[in-house]
Design a binder for this molecule. Sequence first.
Ligand code: ZN
Length: 493
Amino acid sequence: MGKTTFNISKNDNFSEWYSEILAKAEIVDLRYGVKGFVVIRPWGARIIEKMYKIYESALRATGHSSVIFPAVIPEGNFEKESSHVEGFAPDVFWLEKKQGEERLALRPTSETAFYDLYKIWIRSYRDLPMKIYQRANVFRNETKATRPLIRSREFHWIESHDAFASKKEAEAQVRDDIVMTEEVMHKIFGVPFLAMKRPEWDKFPGAEYTIGSDSIMPDGRIIQQPSTHLISQHFVKAFGLKFKDDKEKDRVPWLTCYGPAMSRILASVISVHGDDAGLVLPYTLSPVQVVVIPVGKEKTEDRRQKTELINKIRADLMKDYIDVEIDDSEKRAGEKFFYWEMKGVPFRIEVGAREIEKGEVVVFIRDTREKVSVKIEDLAETIKNFGAEYDERLIARANEDFASRIIDCSSKSEIKKVLDSGKIARVGFCSCDKNGKSCAEFIEKELQARVMGTLASESETTEDRGQRTGKKLGKCLFCGKKANVVVYAGKSY
Ligand SMILES: [Zn+2]
């Protein structure tokens, strides 16, 4: 007899749950045998494809065009900006050098590829703003332990590289990038996050500043999702980028970049929404939104009627662009139910003699496990409404969990307790410029946690927070100096 539940508790043993779900729901295959590289199987690839589609239409709606760059970057380009090289060099996979040719890097990120062409493409203020993205896989030689989709040596992302005539426009783009993360990753994929301005010591190599979005996994670990950067003018000058303004005067453009990684966001989608019966996919992202399963045994005549009804249901749903699949395989009905629940398909419809007779079907709803009777003629409309409600429920549940995991702390022992219980500590901290670095190192060493940064979209003061919670956050708990900023700290992958 087949196993009828998935039966690993996500909350008790997230790590095991995550590994099992990736295998059982056929998201990835780890048997390729190269550390940090995984095969993404059809079910995973179809989800990622939907994510790309949504993200890319959001980018196009904000004036971006797509481009396809080579996967290799000549060493000379890569080395033009010193802090970028310093930051990325240890991660680079170099290709074997061919005699008489320049050494090539497999791209770890593509600023140094794009800017080499931007030097040619950007001539005049009329060429600006230039907003271009590419869908790409990038490679980083991760030396720490890798985890599929979370920390890999290859990831599948979108990188947008934008150029503007003024700093003001570039900074507006950075804010727009955060809005896009909110609109897509949070409001469609259901993954809540904090947009964090990174401390000086943790910004992108070559950036003036970096804003990262941090999500949390069920075990309390922070996972960095899309980050956006205002590129430093030093970087811009290293590439010799300039343009003529409307008075024919030479000026230097301002650059931003943004990098949402679909494979990594998928890790969050799986982890945030899944339950002890398997995946729970947002209706919008599920490769199959409705699965139809024939049930019962009957005479030939009735079977013909059943097939007709199932085909009619499929046609009706497809007319409304609902992704539907019929499972008429030889498996027993119970096994099919288990299989599609584990795959995270939002709705299951069973069709048997009773349904033919009554003209209505029972819809099983994956997240709440409710069963609802729906008239066949109303099915497409009802599924669309149910789908919207389904995603709202998933987002609300994720938000509630996320909010409950941020705790103000006013002592070191409190921070430790909060971090050990899978939460994020919000604390008063001396400073996020280089002066705060030693306190951050202390947090890293003593508490195995990372200072994520300060809130990017609003400024929080220790006084405000203190008033809200009655806790004293006015002093840095690590050096005793005045706390000038409110930072968030968490354990990370
Ligand atoms: Zn301090």
